[in-house]
Design a binder for this molecule. Structure first.
Ligand code: SAH
Ligand code: SF4
Length: 344
């Protein structure tokens, strides 16, 4: 359900305009899971809408819960039977973040990522993207979880900028004060580095957070892991990031998975320092060092000691960096573990 669909319902069923506000309040503010709970609408209309206009264009197929109860993963079935994954996680008490998908699969074929092995099956519509957030709002409400959904990150399946129009529309919807009413600063988009949309983000959504999946700071190594680097090499990426920082004056997060004996030596750290120095002003960059979540690939995670040494080296050279906590590993809900291989 989104603002566009509500407008259509109002028109199609010949309802008065104020009904739109009643519906929006019930669906987006109160997070009702059924029309039965929208008591402001007449009973016969509710019965009709129940059959003809489902509240969500995706349905719960399966839910997994991590043993520490801080991560839930949902398999959600779309109207054509395709299945996507969406994750709800609590990085700190009383804070919940939804990690949503933008495509079924992904065309970028990064060697370390489970989603990349699926190939691209299709793009999601704007409503299929924002409905994942609505799904989790309903889930929180239904399960009596005593906290709000604070943040949304586009870090599930798919490359958001490879489905740019739908993703940008869904961000508009999340920001819409009449529906999801989220602040831009609570929304983050992660990209493997498609350049044009980075320029567009800077103009259109300067307050939305941007994360770049970097993972290597020399072109040969990065192209080997991330084929997208062939088309959009590091020098061009640095230019795009400089433009972005100039327009927005916001922080950019550089995601860097530490892979044993591949990108985790101090030489690689030095290359990362060098890349950071090409982006101006470098102080607005923050490196998130990520512990690799094992997938079927031949990559192996770097040791804790290596990660700490890498981080300390960056800090020593004036590049801000932290090692990111991993949530949801026991249910394959962590980064790069999102893949649904048997699509019905
Ligand atoms: N396609 C976008 C967004 C989804 S990926 C992108 O690549 O940025 C979300 C994050 O998980 C990215 O930083 C990605 O590089 C990282 N990731 C992928 N596979 C991973 C793995 N096996 N372990 C840890 N992080 C991984
Ligand atoms: Fe796609 Fe991102 Fe996975 Fe690369 S890391 S294959 S861009 S989802």
């Amino acid at each position: 359900m989104d603002s566009e669909r509500i407008e259509k319902i109002i028109e199609e069923y010949g309802l008065q305009k104020f009904r739109a506000n009643q519906m929006k309040d019930a669906i987006f503010n109160k997070s009702v899971s059924s029309y039965d709970e929208i008591s402001t609408l007449k009973k016969d209309l509710r019965e009709k809408l129940k059959v003809e206009q489902p509240l969500l264009c995706l349905e719960e197929h399966k839910i997994f819960k991590s043993s520490d109860k801080r991560t839930y993963k949902a398999l959600l079935k779309l109207e054509d039977g395709r299945i996507i994954e969406s994750v709800l996680m609590s990085p700190k008490p009383d804070h919940w973040t939804a990690c949503i998908s933008s495509q079924v699969g992904c065309a970028m074929a990064c060697t370390f990522c489970a989603t990349g092995t699926m190939g691209l099956l299709r793009n999601l519509s704007s409503e299929e993207i924002s409905d994942q957030v609505l799904f989790w709002r309903q889930f929180i409400q239904k399960n009596g979880i005593d906290a709000r959904l604070n943040n949304v990150v586009y870090m599930g399946m798919g490359e958001p900028f490879h489905n740019k129009t739908k993703v940008f529309n869904s961000i508009e919807e999340l920001k819409n004060p009449e529906t999801f009413n989220m602040g831009s600063r609570h929304i983050s988009v992660s990209t493997s580095g498609l350049l044009k949309p980075i320029y567009e983000m800077a103009e259109r959504f300067p307050q939305v957070n941007l994360a770049i999946s970097l993972h290597a700071a020399n072109d040969d190594l990065r192209t080997g892991m991330m084929p997208v680097n062939k088309t959009f090499p590091l020098e061009k990426l640095a230019e795009a990031l400089t433009f972005y920082l100039d327009k927005t004056n916001r922080k950019i997060f550089l995601e860097y998975i530490l892979l044993d004996n591949e990108n985790d030596t101090l030489k690689h750290a030095d290359e990362l320092v060098d890349f950071a120095s090409k982006v101006k002003p470098s102080k607005l960059l923050h490196v998130n060092l990520i512990v690799y979540n094992q997938t079927d690939s031949s990559h192996r995670q770097a040791s804790r000691e290596t990660a700490t040494r890498f981080k300390d080296y960056l800090l020593d050279k004036g590049v801000s960096a932290t090692i990111r906590k991993n949530l949801g590993r026991d249910i394959d809900g962590a980064c790069g573990q999102l893949a649904v291989l048997d699509q019905k």
